[in-house]
Structures are given as C-alpha cells and as structure tokens.
Design a protein around this ligand. Sequence first.
Ligand code: GLU
Length: 417
Amino acid sequence: MKAYNAYDNFLAVMDKAATTLGLAENDYVALRYPERELKVSCPVKMDDGSIKVFEGYRVQHSSVRGPCKGGIRYHEEVDDNEVKALAAWMSFKCAVANIPYGGAKGGIKVNPQELSLGELERLTRRFTSMIAPIIGPERDIPAPDVNTNAQIMGWIMDTYSVQKGFASPGVVTGKPLEIGGSKGRAEATGRGVMFATVMLLEKLDIDVKNCKIAVQGMGNVGSIAAKLLYDRGAKIVAVSDVSGGVYDENGLPFDEIYAHVSQRRLLSDYKNDNLKRISNKELLTCDCDVLVPAALQNQITTENAADIKAKYIIEGANGPVSVDADEILEKNGVIVVPDILANSGGVVVSYFEWVQNLQCFYWEEDHVNELLKNNITSSFNEVWELSKEYKTSMRLAAYMVALKRIVAVRNIRGICP
Ligand code: GLU
C-alpha cells in the first residue's frame, strides 16, 4: 500500500474538482504549489540548562484572496508535507466560507506535554521571532490548532508586538479576550461542527434527537461539538481521546464526561464501571448514525472504511478521511460533510476577531454566534446545491465552490509581472 501523503490527497481532490468544473490547467496550476515555505530551527533553553533545537514550519499556500490564514500546531509528527497540506486546505476552507483570506499553516515538531510551561513559552516566542518576517495582520495571521491554545496565541501576539514596538492584536486570532480575543471564538469550531451536523440532518429530514453520535477526539473541537449536540437531544454513544474511549449504546452521561474533559483530564481517568471501554479504532467502526472524527488526519483509510457503520460523517478534524477511503464510503452511500466546510467555524470566527481588532470595536457573543450560523448556513447550502447539481460528493462540491472563487480572483488579478 502507498504511504499516506496528505498533500497528494489535496492535489487529487483539487484536480478532480477542476476537471469536473471544466477549468483550463492555466486557471489553477499555481494552486498546486504553495506560494512560500519557511522552515526554522528554534533553539530553546530548557529548565535544566541544556539547549534543545526544535523544527518548525510556516507554509503560505495562497494569498490570492487575501492575507494567508491558518493555525499553528504542536505535535511530534508535524512535518513539511503535512503542514503544506494543512495550508492548502486553509485556502480552500476560507474560500468555501467566503471570507477574504488565503491559506497558511504552521507547526512545531514537539510533544508539548513534555515541556514545562516556561519551556513552552520560550519555544513559542522563539518560533514567533523566526516567522515574524512573513506574518502580520495584513500578511499572514496564525491561530490555534492541535495542542495550541489562547495562552500560546497571547505569547505570539506579545512577541510580535514587542518586535514592532506597538501592540498588534490583529497578528493572531484565538487570543484571550483580555488582549483582543473574540467572544465565541473558543467554542466556534465545535459550534460550527454542530451546525453542520444539524443542517445535514435537516436536509435529510432526520431529527437529531433520534441520532446516535460517536465523536473521536475530546479536544476543543470534539468536546464542544458533542456537548452542543447532546444539549440538542442527540444520544452521544461513544467518545474517545488519546487514552482511548467509552461506549454505551443507550447514550453516555455526557454532562459528566464534559465536566471531566473540560478540566483537561484524560478519559482513562474517568471512572464509570457502567461504560464499555473501547479503543480509538473501535470508536470509528462502532454502531452509530453520525460519526464525528475530530482528532487527527488519516483516521479513516482503506483499512477500516468498509467497516464504518455510521451513515453520516462530519469531519471535525482536518483530513481525517483518506482519498481512497472516500471512494469506499461513497460507494457505500455514506455522506461525508468535508473538513473545509464542517470545521470552518473556527476560522470564520477568527475572521470576526481580526475584523474587531482592526476596527478596535468589540461585539457581543450572541452577535458573533448569529453571524457564524449565517455563514455556515450559506456555505452549507451552496455546497449542498452544487453536489446535487453535479451529482458529486459534498467534498468534491466544496472544493468546486472554493476553486471557482479562487480562480475568479486569480483571473481578475492576473499573474504579476
Ligand atoms: N486551526 C483552525 C483550522 O484548521 C483554525 C484556523 C484559524 O482560525 O485561522 O481551521
């Protein structure tokens, strides 16, 4: 079997979308390559006095539609290929959401759990200094992603601002409220996943209360999506995190689980003898109607795609389904709401945060949530309609919506020189 390559996955879907739209190669060939890739080595003084060097990346895939936008992840498996794919997915995600951004992504190869808070701060500040020449509010705006949070965004904002000599809140989103964060941003990705789930069920005339839902990943995205769906009456039958998962076909006591995971505690430390312990792999193929993979990429592959029992998959994570697995799911009639639509809530509210920073005027949470709902509703409808018109999967339709928008701008702007 060919090794998984996230960027090849991106290219395969983009090429198919371009062919389906009948685009000329000239229209989109530039999108096959990231505009700019930066690799940095970050020396950090560790608490024991030794110096450790960490590898980091910032890739800007496209700035055609506006400043590049995308998160920064801290993970041991980060590499240039993965960051490249994540950056390209951001260009397409921002285009589907119709917010005026291109796409970027960053990452540091590190297990943040092995660092003290001081080491984490020094690493973040050093990385920020090293990517500072290519970021900025009108250039490239980072945000949280896997294993990064509001505090880390605060350090990025501070380091960049100190270099510039003035406070520059618009350089990064997902910040703490006190320094220019937006109300509703922390929950936005999970809230968007909930909206996407509810919208799909509405289209199919299914009541969310009759649905059994399984969620892989109890981080910021999975836990909030599960909580909001639970509050709407859905039965959450399975959840998991890095330590494994729990399952109950009659529905888990999710209020209790949410209180537990919100304190950043692992599910393996959650004691409840009435629940069945399952592995992450078992969660993916458990008996449920809706599956929300909200952990990492490449979870549903040719190895387990045929065993998926869910009829609907809502991609909370970026790239959780491989291209080959997609084909198997499609053949089996499984509807996938793709990442670039389903998890776009985060970047949409990042956009609102940036707008608030630029205008120095801050909005109420209800307003933010309403704008988010409007945004996801229109992008969902647009993708849904196009998928009906062309009789394609929602993933291909989402890429087509994005590609049309990016290519339209590219053609008006032209190629310089
Ligand atoms: N990391 C999130 C994503 O993958 C959010 C990006 C952002 O807010 O810029 O969409």
